[in-house]
Design a protein around this ligand. Structure first.
Ligand SMILES: [Zn+2]
Length: 120
């Protein structure tokens, strides 16, 4: 079971400004819920995707928000594309794919940033 405490509006603001409050996955619009505490099955976690509610939950107290955000966005994308029902080992596979994808995106972003700062 998931449990979370929403961040205050003031705490949410920098993240809303940078990453927004929602995104599109397939034909659905997902809401980003910025949290200051997040638990899934009693365990603290960085991010959770809830396809039933069309929401993702991101803990703002972690150091790598962007990577977690991308990770959960990929889960939403996988769900909305209908790939979810493909096989029994799919969950682990999905986890691997989302993890890899968020790292690749982050590295890409870092490279872009470095390239920009070198040009200056
Ligand atoms: Zn995951």
């Amino acid at each position: 079971m998931m449990k979370y405490e929403r961040a205050t509006l003031k705490q949410q603001k920098p993240f809303k400004d940078k990453f927004g409050t929602s995104f599109r996955a397939g034909h659905a619009i997902y809401k980003i819920v910025w949290c200051k505490e997040l638990f899934n099955d009693e365990r603290a976690c960085y991010g959770v995707c809830n396809p039933e509610m069309k929401e993702i939950y991101i803990d703002i107290t972690q150091s790598d928000i962007q990577e977690t955000l991308i990770h959960e966005m990929f889960h939403a994308e996988v769900y909305e594309s209908g790939m979810k029902q493909m096989s029994s080992f799919y969950h682990d596979l999905e986890e691997l794919c989302c993890e890899a994808a968020s790292r690749v995106c982050k590295n890409f972003e870092l490279k872009r940033k470095n390239a920009k700062s070198k040009r200056r």
